[in-house]
Design a protein around this ligand. Structure first.
Ligand SMILES: Cc1cc2nc3c(=O)[nH]c(=O)nc-3n(C[C@H](O)[C@H](O)[C@H](O)COP(=O)(O)O)c2cc1C
Length: 258
């Protein structure tokens, strides 16, 4: 009797080996990573839509828990909307001078949307074997159960007790707060990917958590339960922009090898 594989990897076609690391790929990555700075003074000139769209398309390739992608990214480019959003970002100069703002909004409802879209895609993917389809349908059912039960308020007393006793359980995706944290955590992978993509595209950026969530949520017409994980300012640096020399904790302090 055929048994159900225990992971999607068992069903997928064999993966070609990772392209070998070339000196040029590594130096390109270092260049992109090291050129990314938190720039707080942009020239405010409009950016070509193609550049922002390219950055967003790379951001959408970020990993997420069970590929749930529990977020949407609001792309603000209209001058009036940008102006209002900058006010909600405490009028920080990075927000005031940005050419575009990306707002990463997370919530379990987006994971439910992902699930519905993925389920539809299973029906319209002729290349999937019946075995693969059955496997993914089963996984979808498990994910749907998780997304139905995990946000319940009923977990809250248990969650509070458990995390008081064992603080390391704080990030458990249980209860309304736990599941919102989980969604926001996933959104931040997309935000980080966008930061590096912007750098690779020759754009400057500034990640911002200094915003008024209620004001911004009202401006964007967000639903109750949506959380804003991060706002990202995009643009090209103003010639007068100032950058402090970069400082990081020493490797020996930040990296613990065992
Ligand atoms: C989660 C997060 C929130 C941040 N919030 C702000 C912010 O509200 N305003 C700001 O000017 N910079 C903000 N920053 C930028 C940091 O200050 C900056 O990344 C840090 O000083 C290191 O500098 P670098 O990015 O140029 O290497 C934030 C960065 C992160 C990751």
């Amino acid at each position: 009797m055929e048994t159900m594989p225990t992971s999607a990897a068992a069903l997928a076609p064999p993966l070609a080996s990772h392209p070998p690391c070339s000196d040029s790929a590594w130096s390109a990555f270092q260049h992109i990573n090291r050129s990314r700075r938190a720039v707080r003074h942009f020239d405010a000139a409009p950016l070509p839509d193609a550049d922002v769209e390219a950055v967003l398309r790379e951001a959408l390739l970020a990993p997420s828990s069970n590929n749930s992608q529990p977020y949407v990214i609001h792309w603000l480019r209209d001058p009036a909307v940008l102006h209002a959003a900058a006010a909600a970002c405490r009028n920080q100069r990075a927000a005031r001078s940005a050419s575009a703002l990306l707002v990463f909004v997370a919530a379990p409802r987006f994971a439910r949307d992902t699930l519905a879209l993925f389920r539809d895609s299973l029906d319209s993917s002729p290349e999937l074997s019946p075995q693969s389809r059955a496997y993914h349908c089963k996984q979808c059912k498990a994910a749907a159960t998780f997304l139905r039960l995990a946000p319940s308020f009923l977990w809250t007393p248990l969650y509070l007790l458990l995390t008081a006793l064992f603080p390391s359980l704080t990030l458990l995706p249980l209860g309304p707060q736990g599941i919102r944290n989980w969604a926001a955590r996933n959104a931040l992978f997309a935000a980080q990917t966008a930061l590096l993509a912007a750098s690779a595209r020759g754009l400057d950026s500034c990640p911002m958590e200094g915003f008024n969530p209620r004001k911004l949520a009202r401006l964007l017409g967000l639903q109750r339960g949506d959380v804003i994980a991060l706002v990202l300012a995009l643009g090209r640096r103003n010639p007068d922009a100032r950058l402090e020399p970069r400082w990081r904790r020493p490797f020996s302090t930040a990296i613990q090898i065992s």
